[in-house]
Design a protein around this ligand. Structure first.
Ligand SMILES: Nc1nc2c(ncn2[C@@H]2O[C@H](COP(=O)(O)OP(=O)(O)OP(=O)(O)O)[C@@H](O)[C@H]2O)c(=O)[nH]1
Ligand SMILES: [Mg+2]
Length: 686
């Protein structure tokens, strides 16, 4: 082994494990100075994230993991967490408990201790426990578990230094005493028998704690059985396990797996009973009263709609002065500088009519998008998003859909890519596939610029309502498609949805800013890469055609532009959209928008020769009617997932399903746009 890989191999590993939404990522950020995504709902972290921390002048690797309730994995994210603990064998496992619900957190602690992990417990959220009138006897807890316990309030950094100290001590080799639950004489006897067979494979018991292996085998843990299968004495071990299970199930008259889990729950209950005291009766907190209204069957939905409407109002109104400023910068200032320069005509056109017009037409909406991101981050941290999921679940469940889909669907409002990755938290494969496949229907922030230019052209007075209607249409179609896919392609029962409502929390400005910045960064990155490239491409294909170079005048003269490559593309596709009556330039924009939806706007800006947030809507108001423009917005909402979303679908589900998403979306978009026209015209709409 080379020195380098040895050094890497020997690096101290610290894993953070705990139930969902307990504050693991906040603690990770505190320990490593990292920027792991923090959100007030379970399932924020679905991938492992690695950071660094200094221990005794050495770099240690800290791993943030998805939340788990036990070491039995059901969903992909749980599998990631479990493998990181079982396979990678971290030197220390920092187990984060929720002080306001210790009993629920302890099952995992017990599982970790049984495994023989070197555990340090962080008792987080003691502020919330206190608010709820609980007092925790930390000394007692330490005594009962036999491991260090550090009370923390991660968001305020309270207890973090002590936690670091305990982690350091644990790294120096102090081994955790193995926690031994007595499962009763009969079970213990069988555990012993299994252990004696396991001992025939020294390599196996060197790798895993033997008592833990024996218990897991009795629990019929498939993953552990697979590991044991690799042993040379696998058949002996499995035969003994089978015999033991049979003996025990006959003796106990019940499922052994259930029995073992129950013993652990009992143990957790006993510990929590001994350590938690209710010092103050808190009759009904304001949060309970608010929750009653917010999650109410009747009021819940109107409240969601009003909050969404407020989000758009906020994003549009507050951002207006900034939008004007950026608009001036691109459409007047930069544009004029280039146009009045002495550069050659082609270069001037390339820079001004191509790059500045195209990119400027997207960047003017940056303030709207940023404000929307701020609003979403605030709602997430406050704990409202989890409640919205709870309300929608009530409806979805009636239709045989899992409410677990809701969180990824809500994340999709920001961007569909992380939303598709977030589906990993869904256990059932059918549910996961369906949720990922319908996710692109949720209107992400990339569609916003399209709605905004069209709304500015036709629906100025009720811009908020029109934009909101697009988001609702997207959600509705996502739910309908999910139903259809569930009935036709992914048949089978749907899993239940158990979600602990997280407590309401005051959003931390730092956290909101980090999340807004991360989302904005993704948008800016897109503007600087794929959108810029597409803009250059559109410009190039506008000044050239089958006959060769046409000249930059094409961008000012529509009849000349028709002779360009873009003209050929738009004109060829136009008959397909005959019923919708769209202009060929708008159709060509759809062609390029395949790469990213913002490109629909930048392409239109180049093709209509209209820079700025006022000029483009003016041009569009001549090219569309309100009805055809509305149908166009719906088409843009639905027609294809962008390239990045397709790549995410391919990564998560495979190429076959990515293609399925592409095809169904194009068909659906066409049908919906056509339906809008066919319903609108008889109603007298134009
Ligand atoms: N009041 C209070 N809130 C906390 C504390 N620690 C974390 N939070 C909040 O709890 C929420 C969840 O925090 P995360 O760090 O995302 O939780 P997580 O355990 O990583 O969650 P998953 O990744 O979903 O498993 C966030 O809103 C945090 O701001 C604490 O000690 N007190
Ligand atoms: Mg997390």
């Amino acid at each position: 082994m080379s020195e380098l890989s040895k050094a890497k191999h020997n690096r101290i590993k610290i894993a953070l494990a705990g139930t969902p939404n307990v504050g693991k990522s906040v603690i990770f950020n505190n320990l490593t100075g990292g920027r792991a995504w923090v959100g007030n709902w379970p399932g924020t972290t679905v991938e492992k994230k690695v950071g660094k921390m200094r221990i005794d002048r050495q770099d240690a690797e800290v791993i943030d993991l998805p939340g788990i309730y036990s070491l039995t994995a059901y969903s992909l994210d749980e599998l990631i967490a479990r493998n990181a603990i079982i396979e990678e064998k971290p030197d220390v496992v920092v187990n984060i408990l929720n002080a306001s619900n210790i009993e629920r957190s302890l099952y995992l602690t017990i599982s970790l201790l049984e495994m023989g992990a070197n555990v340090v417990v962080a008792l987080n959220m003691i502020d919330i426990a206190r608010e709820r009138g609980y007092e925790i006897d930390v000394r007692k807890l330490r005594e009962l578990l036999g491991v260090p316990v550090v009370p923390t309030i991660a968001i305020k950094g309270v207890g973090i230094d002590e936690l670091k100290e305990e982690i350091k001590k644990a790294c120096r080799g102090r081994k955790t005493p193995e926690l031994i639950i007595n499962y009763g004489d009969e079970v213990e006897r069988e555990i012993e028998k299994i252990i004696s067979v396991l001992e025939k494979d020294p390599a196996l018991i060197k790798k895993y704690n033997k008592r833990w292996l024996a218990i897991k085998l009795l629990e019929k843990d498939e993953d552990v059985i697979e590991r044991v299968r690799k042993s040379q004495v696998a058949s002996m071990i499995l035969k003994q396990v089978e015999k033991s299970i049979k003996t025990l199930e006959e003796a106990l008259g019940r499922d052994i797996e259930e029995y073992i889990a129950e013993k652990r729950y009992e143990y957790a209950f006993r510990i929590s009973n001994e350590c938690v005291k209710v010092v103050r009766e808190v009759p009904q907190t304001p949060s309970d009263i608010i929750d009653f209204a917010i999650t109410h069957k009747v009021f819940g939905i109107p409240i969601i709609l009003s909050i969404l409407y407020m989000a758009f109002k906020f994003a549009f109104d507050v951002a207006t002065p900034l939008v004007d400023l950026i608009d001036w910068f691109f459409a007047a200032f930069l544009y004029d500088i280039v146009k009045s320069s002495t550069l050659p005509e082609v270069v001037k056109s390339f820079l001004a009519d191509g790059v500045i017009t195209g990119i400027g037409s997207i960047l003017v909406f940056l303030p709207n998008i940023v404000f929307l991101f701020i609003f979403i981050s605030l709602l997430e941290d406050l704990g409202y998003m989890a409640r919205a999921a709870f309300i929608i679940d009530k409806i979805m469940h009636r239709w045989g859909l899992t409410g677990k889909s809701i969180i990824p669907l809500i994340i999709g409002i920001g961007c569909n890519v992380p939303a598709i990755i977030a589906t990993r938290a869904i256990e059932d494969e059918n549910d996961r596939n369906v949720t990922a496949l319908v996710n692109p229907l949720v209107s992400c922030s990339a569609r916003l610029p399209v709605y905004l230019v069209i709304a500015a052209a036709f629906f100025v007075a009720y811009r908020g309502v029109v934009v909101l209607s697009m988001y609702l249409l997207g959600m509705l179609l996502a739910i309908m498609m999910a139903l259809l896919l569930r009935k036709c392609v992914f048949r089978g029962p749907s899993t239940g949805f158990i979600m602990e409502l997280p407590p309401y929390m005051t959003p931390l400005p730092k956290n909101v800013l980090i999340k807004t910045w991360e989302r904005t960064k993704r948008f800016l990155f897109k503007a600087g890469t794929v959108i810029l490239l597409a803009t250059v491409l559109v410009w190039a294909l506008s000044v050239t055609g089958p006959s060769g170079y046409i000249g930059t005048e094409a961008l000012e003269d529509p009849t000349l532009l028709e002779k360009s490559w873009v003209g050929v593309i738009g004109k060829t596709m136009q008959p397909l959209f005959y019923p919708m009556g769209w202009d060929w330039r708008a159709i060509a924009a759809l062609f390029f928008g395949f790469m990213a939806k913002e490109i629909v706007v930048s392409t239109m800006a180049v093709l209509y020769g209209a820079a700025g947030e006022e000029e483009l809507p003016k041009m569009l108001s001549m090219a569309f009617t309100p009805l055809s423009a509305y149908a166009y917005m719906a088409f843009v909402l639905i027609y294809v997932p962008c390239l990045a979303t397709l790549a995410a679908l391919r990564g998560e589900l495979g190429l076959k399903y990515a293609i399925l998403a592409l095809i169904y979306e194009i068909l659906l978009a066409y049908l919906v746009a056509l339906a809008i026209i066919c319903i609108g015209i008889p109603l007298g709409l134009k």
